[in-house]
Design a protein around this ligand. Structure first.
Ligand SMILES: *[C@@H]1O[C@H](CO)[C@@H](O)[C@H](O)[C@H]1NC(C)=O
Ligand SMILES: *[C@@H]1O[C@H](CO)[C@@H](O)[C@H](O)[C@H]1NC(C)=O
Length: 556
């Protein structure tokens, strides 16, 4: 018995030692291939491409030309400005409300102290450089196919998974008969080989980064080219191989993308036939000092959608319980702000879509979420905005387009304008836009991807009215249309979110502007918090300047 135990122990010790050895060996083997994922890797292929491009551009330098000013003006010149419309000669009262002019703000940099600005700028440049390193791949390089090249090759669409092998499709050589037909292939992060050999073709460089194929017969060489394989040997998280393909006097370049397949994130909503809104959509909102309004909202939702889930983020100092079926109430630290609250609420959503509403909105029979789901289900869009009806009867959709103009070292210019791109086919009430009103439904995963920057505090309701100094105008404008947009969110989401705005899906806005003496205590407290934060604008400017690398903004 004792002997048996000792034997068992010895056996275990030996086994562990063997395993440890194997593991160490595995580690050292693994450590032999490394990839430089740091910034600043110079690429030979990039240099070649640059030289070729210069050659193409420099030919015909001696032929004169005449510039067409009207078109030249539309081109980005690596410099941009944000210009406000000129003031009209006669300054009518309420002119800004009735005929909004373009306003501009170009002092984002003043969010930083003058003395520190140089340091901030260089830090921003560093971050920007590394951003570009992360977002640009060799597949984004400009490649020009030369005229009359005898080389045939794939211009795009060749993809290889990391460290895997593919047959390169479409390689060929079309030239007149000569003594020896030769082509070369050169890769930067992979090797070549042949899947099969063809008699009469010499293949040199199998299994390395440079391969030469030659034959006295063009047809056999072309046959051999059909069997050329590429194996990725160095995997960089986001990259492509720039392959040079050449023959005597001709050179071409094509890219092979290297990357994992995208793993989808699919939602099983369980419905068959009719949409079951409750299993597809969650309503998210953020509340602060307005429990009476919130309860009205919940009651109005329950009238039309008794089982839909409601997620509430709450950053009150003295939170009150909000109870009821299908309600999730999240208490946050006091005063975390609108954006942090939005972020929290959206992060808890598990349905395919999330509907954003403000806590002082009210559902009516016009608030048909089915219509929003319909647009999202039948198009490739990520977000649909609706319309907000004010107590005054005015219905606002607030659809905007956003454009970014390159501004060089100082940062870019962003221009926000009222308007939209196109009407969406099949949905005559819906248009494509870049920013919409504060009442929207979006794909949950996309909304989470863009996120609401929690550093922005209580400046969510940023209407252009912020820049109208006159208190009268401010009040009038707020009274007329108070459902503004969230430019910060849509600027972060530009290019990621594809957005529609439909004017036939309407939510009501509980009236907001009352004469000061008609306000309840909680309303007074709310107004104080919401309209009085002066450094909020400063934080926002700092984020525009550093995070978004913007110099200025113009809007109407
Ligand atoms: C092909 O590569 C070989 C070996 O590297 C080189 O000697 C030859 O000049 C190259 N041919 C062409 C057409 O680039
Ligand atoms: C819709 O989905 C909800 C939640 O998933 C469920 O409680 C409800 O019974 C469903 N309604 C129908 C009509 O299927």
């Amino acid at each position: 018995m004792m002997r048996c135990l000792i034997q068992k122990k010895t056996f275990l010790v030996i086994l562990s030692a063997l395993l440890l050895f194997a593991l160490l060996r595995y580690w050292t083997l693994r450590a032999t291939t490394t990839v430089d994922v740091g910034p600043g890797q110079s690429n030979k292929a990039q240099k070649v491409l640059k030289e070729r491009l210069q050659n193409v551009q420099n030919s015909y330098d001696n032929i004169p030309y005449v510039l067409k000013e009207s078109v030249a003006g539309r081109l980005a010149l690596n410099g941009c400005v944000c210009e406000a419309d000129k003031k009209p000669a006669i300054d009518l009262p309420f002119a800004q409300v009735l005929f909004p002019r373009v306003w501009a703000q170009d002092d984002f940099h003043t969010a930083f102290q003058e003395a520190k600005l140089a340091q901030v700028k260089s830090r921003r440049q560093q971050e920007y450089n590394s951003f570009q390193q992360r977002y640009q791949t060799p597949a984004d390089l400009l490649v020009i196919a030369e005229a009359n090249s005898p080389l045939q090759y794939p211009t795009q669409g060749v993809v290889v998974r990391p460290l895997k092998t593919i047959v390169i499709p479409g390689l060929g050589l079309k030239e007149k008969h000569r003594q020896l037909h030769t082509v070369n292939l050169t890769a930067t992060v992979g090797t070549f080989d042949v899947l099969a050999t063809v008699d009469g073709v010499s293949v040199r460089g199998q299994g390395v980064m440079h391969m030469t194929l030659s034959s006295s017969l063009l047809s056999t060489l072309n046959r051999q080219l059909q069997f050329v394989t590429y194996t990725n040997t160095l995997f960089h998280p986001k990259t492509a191989d720039t392959v040079q393909f050449e023959t005597d006097g001709h050179q071409s370049v094509f890219t092979i993308k290297v990357g994992h397949a995208v793993i989808p994130k699919l939602y099983h909503s369980g419905y068959t036939g009719e949409y079951n809104i409750s299993s597809l959509v969650t309503i998210a909102t953020k509340t602060f000092l307005r429990y009476d309004k919130l309860q009205d909202l919940i009651d109005s939702i329950r009238e039309f959608y008794p089982t839909i889930a409601i997620v509430i983020a709450d950053d009150n100092e003295h939170p009150q319980p909000v109870i009821g079926p299908h309600i999730e109430h999240y208490i946050m630290p006091f005063g975390k702000g609108w954006f942090a609250g939005r972020n929290l609420a959206v992060s808890q959503v598990t349905t395919k879509y999330v509907l954003w509403v403000d806590d002082d909105f009210l559902f009516t029979s016009n608030t048909r979420l089915e219509n929003m789901v319909e647009v999202l289900e039948k198009t490739t869009l990520d977000m649909v905005g609706g319309a907000v009806r004010e107590a005054t009867g005015y219905t606002a959709t607030f659809r905007h387009t956003i454009s970014v103009e390159e501004g060089g070292e100082e940062g870019d210019c962003i221009h926000i304008r009222n308007g939209y791109h196109h009407v969406i086919q099949g949905f005559p009430n819906c248009v494509l836009a870049d920013a919409v009103i504060n009442f929207f439904m979006g794909r949950t995963d996309k909304m989470q991807q863009v996120g609401f920057d929690p550093r922005l505090n209580r400046v969510a309701h940023l209407a252009p009215s912020m820049w109208i100094s006159s208190l009268v105008l401010l009040t009038l404008r707020k009274w007329l249309f108070s459902g503004p947009i969230l430019p910060e969110f849509f600027i972060d989401g530009l290019g990621i979110l594809h957005i529609a705005s439909c004017d036939d899906i309407i939510i009501n806005h509980a009236s907001k502007i009352k004469l000061p003496w008609g306000k309840s205590d909680s309303e007074k407290a709310y107004a104080k918090f919401r309209y009085s934060s002066s450094d909020a604008g400063q934080i926002r400017n700092a984020l525009f300047y550093f995070k978004n690398r913007l110099k200025c903004m113009s809007s109407n």
